[in-house]
Design a protein around this ligand. Structure first.
Ligand code: GLY
Ligand code: MN
Ligand code: MN
Length: 474
């Protein structure tokens, strides 16, 4: 390596700005020279191509075919600021991950360019390559310097890992100039829609990753069961639950796929309860909605509603069974050709029948199912399911006719998640129902003939769930 004076090229100086104020190193030329010398070269890493590469090039070809004649730019995105000069853990855009196969180790600010101007598509991945140890960025930039944040891969390593041409991010501006800055990004609705719809049917690699995410999440639920007694002793027991799951998410995967909902007692009625600062009390239910995101960035999305002391009370069991019946009705009819809207209607009929059976509806079941009325929806305002994959609400930019109104196809992965929520202050239900919320959420894969419950190893039936809790509780 060169013993020349430390390079301070204008590019890395610009990129250095965000982190420049954290470095307290001397700035004398003598110090810069000293720091820039005496380092061994990074040993060349031997890289095994990612199994995703079997699929990613075809995905990029599909984008190229849909946007023929254009240059498509898919940005991984910058690191998001949490506050001042601190950042959230980095997570690239899902479309970028899908089209490159690069997951949690993506170098922030990377950009995928799919050049479809000519018959032959040229895909190039621009990334901030490893910096020379003779650059000031290396040790004096706390935001991106490898002395601070760890070694970045070389262009060759990423090219091998992802089977794609790589270029230095330093050359990206010049590339944009060379195409007169004529390109489309995800801000273009047609592109956002297309790459979202490209993920509706999962391939073999993706399904394998979903299975891993589910297995890791189930471990997380087991860890939670083992921590219930501890949670009951803590004034913010929900935090004990949340962090028990998180420990597995970090140990087994990359992160959580979304903020954990650890909702004990009446908090279960708050659909997105993520404050998680309440107590976990004997005799109440714990609604835990949590999923592990793997290094590949595929996530699970699982909910179980657990009796905190290990046994459902009569009324808890009654409500739980109603939700389970709604879910099972969907399981029984889900298969290729069925629409999401049909599945929702199936779940809603069960919910209407149950709430009618308890005497909560002002009229008949049919009356409530009338689109104008929907009285039963008071107790289940959310949807019955959604696509799942790289995003917890995957394919969210797909056209409605391609998602809710589309027919199920083998390879789709989605959730089945009916629930019932009786708020503490709901005067339309008897007192014994108030403050109870139940959701059961499974992740399923559409097969040729029906669906496979990917989360089926986590018990759902009342007796099985009680036995599972006895087995895993400390
Ligand atoms: N965890 C969010 C959802 O179930 O959709
Ligand atoms: Mn969900
Ligand atoms: Mn969920």
């Amino acid at each position: 390596m060169s013993n020349d004076a430390v390079k301070t090229d204008s590019k890395s100086a610009t990129q250095a700005d965000p982190g420049a104020n954290r470095s307290r190193t001397p700035t004398s030329q003598q110090f810069l020279d000293y720091m820039g010398s005496g380092w061994a070269e990074n040993p060349a890493a031997s890289v095994t191509p990612s199994p995703a590469t079997e699929f990613t090039s075809d995905r990029r070809d599909m984008v190229a075919a849909a946007f023929a004649g254009q240059v498509v730019v898919i940005e991984a995105g910058p690191a998001a600021t949490r506050s001042n000069d601190t950042e959230y853990r980095y997570r690239p855009h899902s479309a970028f991950a899908h089209l490159t196969g690069w997951g949690a180790t993506t170098v922030p600010d990377s950009v995928l360019v799919i050049d479809a101007r000519d018959a032959e598509t040229i895909s190039t991945l621009f990334l901030r390559e490893t910096a020379g140890k003779d650059s000031s960025e290396f040790f004096a930039n706390s935001a991106i310097g490898e002395f601070w944040v760890g070694q970045r891969p070389s262009l060759a390593e990423i090219s091998q890992l992802l089977a794609i041409e790589t270029c230095s991010l330093n050359d990206y501006e010049a590339f944009l100039e060379s195409i007169d800055k004529k390109f489309i990004t995800l801000a273009h609705p047609a592109l956002a829609e297309f790459v979202s719809e490209l993920r509706l049917v999962k391939d073999k690699y993706e399904i394998g990753e979903m299975r891993k995410a589910v297995a890791a999440s189930i471990k997380g639920f087991e860890t939670v069961a083992a921590n219930l007694a501890k949670a009951m002793k803590h004034p913010r027991g929900e935090r004990i639950i949340e962090t028990a799951f998180f420990s597995q998410a970090r140990a087994e995967g990359h992160d959580l796929g979304y903020e954990t909902i650890a909702a004990a007692g009446e908090h279960a009625c708050t659909l997105h309860w993520i404050i998680n600062n309440g107590p976990v009390r004997d005799g109440e239910l714990l609604l835990l909605d949590a999923g592990v995101e793997m290094e590949s960035l595929y996530t699970a999305d699982v909910t179980r509603t657990l009796p905190i002391n290990g046994k459902f009370s009569a009324v808890q069991r009654e409500i739980y069974q109603a939700v389970l019946d709604a879910a099972d009705a969907v399981f029984a009819m889900a298969k290729p050709g069925v629409k999401f809207s049909d599945m929702h209607a199936t779940a809603m009929r069960v919910i209407a029948e149950k709430t009618h059976g308890w005497g909560f509806l002002p009229g008949s079941v049919e009356d409530s199912l009338n689109p104008e009325n929907q009285h039963h929806r008071r107790w289940m305002v959310h949807g019955t399911g959604h696509h799942l994959g790289l995003d917890v609400h995957d394919c969210a930019q797909a056209r409605r006719e391609m998602s809710m109104e589309a027919e199920l196809k083998p390879g789709m992965v989605f959730t089945i998640e009916p629930g019932l929520y009786f708020h503490r202050d709901d005067l339309l239900v008897p007192e014994e129902f108030r403050g109870i919320g139940v959701r059961i959420e499974d992740d399923v894969l559409v097969t040729e003939t029906g669906v496979e419950n990917l989360t089926g190893a986590l018990p759902r039936k009342v007796e099985e769930l009680e036995a599972w809790m006895a087995q895993h509780s400390a």
